[in-house]
Design a protein around this ligand. Structure first.
Ligand code: F6P
Length: 354
């Protein structure tokens, strides 16, 4: 068993509800179960580039943070120490400062690091592990697209927020007899759109995994009108593949607006668009996310105690396990277009635009 006296914790990439719950659980388990000291590393790995930004975390520091969104440590999605962007002589240059990061961790007395992050942060963790750092990962993302774990914390909270939005859109859509488009996050995976669409009773769901056409959506709107339904709710994932006629405008605005405008033009209907954006990343984590985050935080500390470096905790068949980070990164988990959940949605008449 490794001789551990002090661990560091950092949060990297986009924030997700439940990060503070992981930090709290890890700090409590480290102090209460193992009597270790804990250092909070600020703003991703920036706290190891500038070690003066890092600070000790005591039980008092994590008191009351369980229901809080965001991360008390701060985060960044730009601080890869292997490709660090800096300005030298007025020029932006990219440098590998990973040696400095490892040296600073040692200087701070850190024996092992817990890195809480998505695919990008876990890749950095893997590279640092391969350079000799004792590191374990905790998966995080509202997109739920990490293949090694059945669920990531943050997803359930984002799903609740998106579902609540679709519920609210319902009444106004029905009152005004409108087509309402709701754009949700999820990067290249359609999980938030698919599940919020089903949970919120949407009529059309557009996801990156299924190619749609505007014509098919309009046909479906007309069919609905045929049986007296004068409103339609369309949930759009931000990562959808746009049909060729809309592709060139992708940069001009959100995909929700592009799809909404195209439907309005073709169907001659009134369309309104809501882009949910970062509210999906905020707010208090749901009980599910708080519990999963707590289990992950404790498991990460236990993994360090057992010397399981280079591994990431995960949820498989409802049990907390650990996988090699090398096996966990670079393989995104996307929606299976032929899978049971899509088939269930189709069976209740939901249109995917294909
Ligand atoms: O990965 C989480 C996520 O919220 C994605 O759903 C979204 O595409 C992206 O991050 C947004 O990132 P940023 O906060 O940098 O705009």
């Amino acid at each position: 068993m490794p001789d551990i006296r002090c661990i560091g914790i950092c949060t990297g990439g986009g924030d997700a509800p439940g990060l503070n719950a992981v930090i709290r659980a890890a700090v409590k388990a480290a102090i209460l179960k193992y009597k270790w000291k804990v250092i909070g590393i600020s703003d991703g790995f920036d706290g190891l580039i500038w070690p003066e930004k890092s600070r000790e975390l005591t039980l008092k520091d994590v008191s009351g943070i369980l229901p809080r969104g965001g991360t008390i440590l701060g985060t960044t999605n730009r601080g890869n120490p292997f490709h660090y962007k800096m300005v030298e002589n007025g020029q932006e240059v990219t440098r590998d400062i990973s040696d400095q990061v490892i040296a600073n961790a040692l200087k701070l007395g850190i024996d092992a690091v817990i890195t809480i992050g998505g695919d990008g942060s876990q890749k950095i963790a893997l590279d640092l592990f391969q350079k000799g750092m004792n590191i374990v990962g905790v998966p995080k993302t509202i997109d739920n697209d990490l293949s090694a774990t059945e669920v990531t914390f943050g997803f359930d909270t984002a799903l609740h927020t998106a579902t609540d939005a679709v519920d609210k859109i319902h009444t106004t859509a029905e009152s005004h007899h409108r087509i309402m488009v709701v754009e949700v996050m999820g990067r290249d995976a359609g999980w938030i759109a698919l599940e919020a669409g089903i949970a919120g009773g949407a009529h059309v769901i557009l996801i990156p995994e299924i190619q749609f056409t505007v014509e098919n959506i309009c046909k479906y709107v007309t069919e609905r009108e045929g049986y007296g339904k004068r409103f339609t709710i369309v949930v759009v994932a931000e990562g959808i593949q746009l049909p060729p006629e809309l592709k060139e405008n992708r940069r001009a605005g959100s995909v929700g607006n592009l799809v909404g405008d195209a439907i309005a033009l073709r169907a001659h209907k009134e369309v309104r668009v809501s882009v949910l954006g970062h509210i999906q990343r905020g707010g208090s984590p749901t009980p599910f996310d708080r519990i999963l985050a707590t289990r992950f935080g404790v498991a990460a500390v236990d993994l360090i105690a057992a010397g399981g470096f280079g591994k990431m905790v995960c949820l498989q068949q409802e049990r907390i396990r650990a996988v090699d980070i090398a096996q966990a990164v670079g393989r995104l988990k996307t929606v299976d277009p032929q899978g049971e959940i899509v088939r269930a949605a189709r069976a209740i008449g939901i249109c995917f635009g294909d």
